[in-house]
Design a protein around this ligand. Structure first.
Ligand SMILES: [Zn+2]
Length: 336
């Protein structure tokens, strides 16, 4: 009954203090998107000019920006040209050139555009123990440019299945060498690593992520989508998230993509449960769009968070809307 009363009060507060990114921007600090892919799964993009326009329309000042580390084949048997990785059964493959294209494109932009992005590098094959060297080479090629590593792709359900080779995992020796590079340069690591499979409801891949968190306590890990992906259904997720935040000071969560609609904003109850978690750990969550190369739905994608933001205390709201990204980027100096 008490829970119900709290819920009713929270809902009333939502109605009274309806906020959105553009409103909040007027009164508080800079707003940030923690998860933008400049390219889609065929490496096409709408480009910077339209991205800036989309960010302006949504009231977003800055964004963490990276390429796309895996591309989708257009195979000769495909009846259509696939754009999204799920479009056909064709294979996918690791694509390192993405970082070079992104760096070249961003460096060509005027300063007012460059200043709005924190570029991350992501184009590694996470099964190749040479991946760490590849990252070092990119840092040397663009000294003072990269602000983090990611979104690197560990376990990713269908995408993993489409990609040639063994399954990647967050504690694979090749990934461990990448984290050592991150530690040496003080860079955060944004990683997509499914917490479970697309069939079972227990988090069978959680231990791999915890192993990485334990082995590199000085590296800040941003676990994309709280470990959730399409069709991954782990009912105990909020409890797991709460335990992990207590256990690992080096862990942050990115709540972009399907975890927001399928878990956090699934019902008023789930929204209240997660909001309580954000209040308990206000410094540990990031909000992102996870748009891939095209910005047509950018404003509504970021607008989804308004329901959640309205439930939070003003200080917590400001941290989720950008403060946490800015604090993270202040801690992570550009790598040289
Ligand atoms: Zn992503």
């Amino acid at each position: 009954m008490r829970k119900r009363a709290i819920l009713v009060v929270m809902l009333l507060l939502v109605a009274v203090f309806q906020v959105d990114f553009s409103d909040a921007k007027k009164s508080s600090g800079e707003t940030c998107d923690s998860h933008v892919h400049l390219y889609d799964f065929t490496h096409a993009t709408d480009g910077f000019e339209k991205l800036i326009a989309a960010m302006d329309s949504a009231g977003i000042d800055k964004a963490i920006l990276f390429g796309m580390p895996i591309l989708k084949m257009w195979s000769e048997s495909d009846p259509i040209r696939p754009e999204y990785y799920m479009d056909t059964d064709a294979e996918a493959y690791y694509y390192s050139a993405t970082d070079l294209f992104l760096a070249r494109e961003l460096e060509r932009q005027p300063k007012r555009v460059r200043d709005r992005f924190f570029p991350f590098l992501c184009g590694i094959n996470p099964l190749d123990k040479n991946a760490a060297d590849q990252i070092e080479r990119l840092i040397q090629a663009y000294p003072g440019f990269w602000r983090g590593i990611g979104e690197v792709m560990s376990r990713h359900d269908d995408l993993t299945a489409f990609t040639y080779g063994e399954s990647p995992r967050a504690n694979h020796p090749a990934f461990l060498a990448v984290y050592a590079v991150a530690q040496r340069h003080g860079l955060p690591v944004l990683i997509h690593h499914n917490i479970g499979s697309a069939w079972r409801r227990d988090p069978i891949y959680l231990a791999e992520m915890e192993d990485a968190l334990q082995k590199f306590p000085d590296v800040t890990f941003i676990w994309a989508h709280v470990g959730i992906s399409r069709r991954v259904d782990v009912p105990t997720l909020p409890d797991i998230a709460e335990r992990l935040l207590g256990a690992y000071k080096n862990l942050m969560f990115d709540i972009s993509w399907v975890v927001f609609d399928d878990y956090i904003a699934k019902s008023e109850e789930s929204l209240a449960r997660w909001a309580a978690l954000f209040e308990k750990y206000p410094d540990r969550f990031l909000i992102g769009s996870d748009v891939v190369g095209h910005w047509g739905h950018y404003k509504e994608t970021m607008g989804r968070y308004d329901r959640l933001l309205a439930l939070l205390r003003p200080e917590t709201r400001e941290k989720l809307m950008g403060g946490n990204v800015l604090a993270l980027m202040r801690r992570a100096k550009a790598a040289r």
